[in-house]
Design a protein around this ligand. Structure first.
Ligand code: F6P
Length: 327
């Protein structure tokens, strides 16, 4: 690789709490090594439009505690095309940017991998998504914060569910992965959990709710991952309401949605993001590119982007058994 003089940073895809801590860590580590830093606004969309801003240590003051991302995020359709990526690579070359740190989830890292493959751009990825669905890191930045936000809301729902003797279907995010839902089921004490990783069985849901009612459980929480197969909590609630056997059951739906993406990052996410950001710069300085930085068993690890893009992290079956046993 050529000498590292100027490095670009972007945050892309869905935002995740802790992205700012990662931007800060990348920036300050580069500045310490006297390398110029270029912020790229709105992810790959900004890369294609040349929406660049010079950054220094001061640019990232007072952001470690902030949710969202000062660089902003976008989901760029244009970057999905070869011509969009060609323009992105040209803009990097024109701005004399020697390497790129891409902070985001699977779409972002897949995009970084394509930039490297097609245009030999030196890239390193930092995993940041509330979904926690990337192999190569035990956790992704944003996941712990989202989980805590969801649990806090589930506790509140539990109070009102109990006061009214209601069954609540609570839907959490996670795209096609059930990490948030499964861990919320354990931490929030849900009576049933529905995950994208398994077929949702309507008959099982009905039997479970009816047996809870028969056992004098007056209120219950059903944890629903947004990606489960029947269309999420509203669709399941409609199907239950259409069954006369559920006429006497007071059912409500709460979709937590984007509340899980906002808010201050947890302490754990701030530390993780800081480690990943500094780890990304260290990789570049060591001439390691085309990788995602991760933390596995509390140690920094580099996983080739090809492996990250092609494999899916599986859920922990011990946790699933635990959720079922304790419910
Ligand atoms: O990937 C993060 C995520 O929050 C998913 O959990 C969710 O399915 C999706 O993004 C929502 O995306 P958008 O903000 O574009 O609606």
């Amino acid at each position: 690789m050529t000498e590292l003089r100027r490095v670009g940073i972007l945050t892309s895809g869905g935002d995740a709490p802790g992205m700012n801590a990662c931007v800060r860590a990348v920036t300050r580590t580069l500045v310490t090594d006297e390398i110029e830093v270029v912020g790229i606004r709105r992810g790959y969309a900004g890369l294609i439009e040349g929406d660049f801003v010079d950054m220094d240590g001061q640019s990232v003051s007072n952001i470690v505690q902030m949710g969202g991302t000062i660089l902003k995020c976008a989901r760029s359709q244009e970057f999905r095309s070869a011509s969009g990526r060609e323009l992105a690579a040209k803009n990097l070359a024109d701005a004399e940017i020697d390497a790129l740190v891409a902070i985001g989830g699977d779409g972002t890292l897949t995009g970084a991998h394509l930039l490297m493959q097609e245009h030999s751009v030196a890239v390193v990825g930092c995993p940041a998504t509330i979904d926690n669905d990337l192999t190569g890191s035990d956790e992704t930045t944003g996941y712990d914060s989202a989980l805590n936000t969801a649990i806090e809301n589930i506790d509140r729902i539990r109070d009102t569910a109990d006061a009214h003797d209601r069954v609540f279907l609570v839907e959490v995010m996670g795209a096609d992965a059930g990490f948030i839902a499964l861990n919320c089921a354990i931490g929030g004490g849900a009576e049933l959990v529905l995950l994208p990783e398994f077929n949702t069985d309507m008959l099982h849901i009905k039997q479970r709710i009816q047996s809870l009612m028969a056992a004098q459980a007056r209120s219950s929480i059903v944890m629903v991952a947004e990606g489960e197969g029947l269309g999420g909590a509203p669709a399941i609630a409609n199907a239950l309401s259409a069954d006369p056997a559920f006429d006497h059951i007071d059912l409500r739906v709460c979709v937590l949605g984007h509340t899980q993406r906002g808010g201050a990052p947890s302490a754990r996410d701030r530390v993780l993001a800081s480690r990943l950001g500094t780890g990304a710069v260290k990789a570049l300085l060591d001439g390691i590119t085309g990788v995602m930085v991760g933390v596995v068993c509390n140690e920094i690890r580099y996983t080739p982007l090809s492996g990250v893009a092609s494999s899916k992290k599986s859920i922990n079956y011990d946790l699933l058994r635990l959720a079922q046993m304790l419910s």
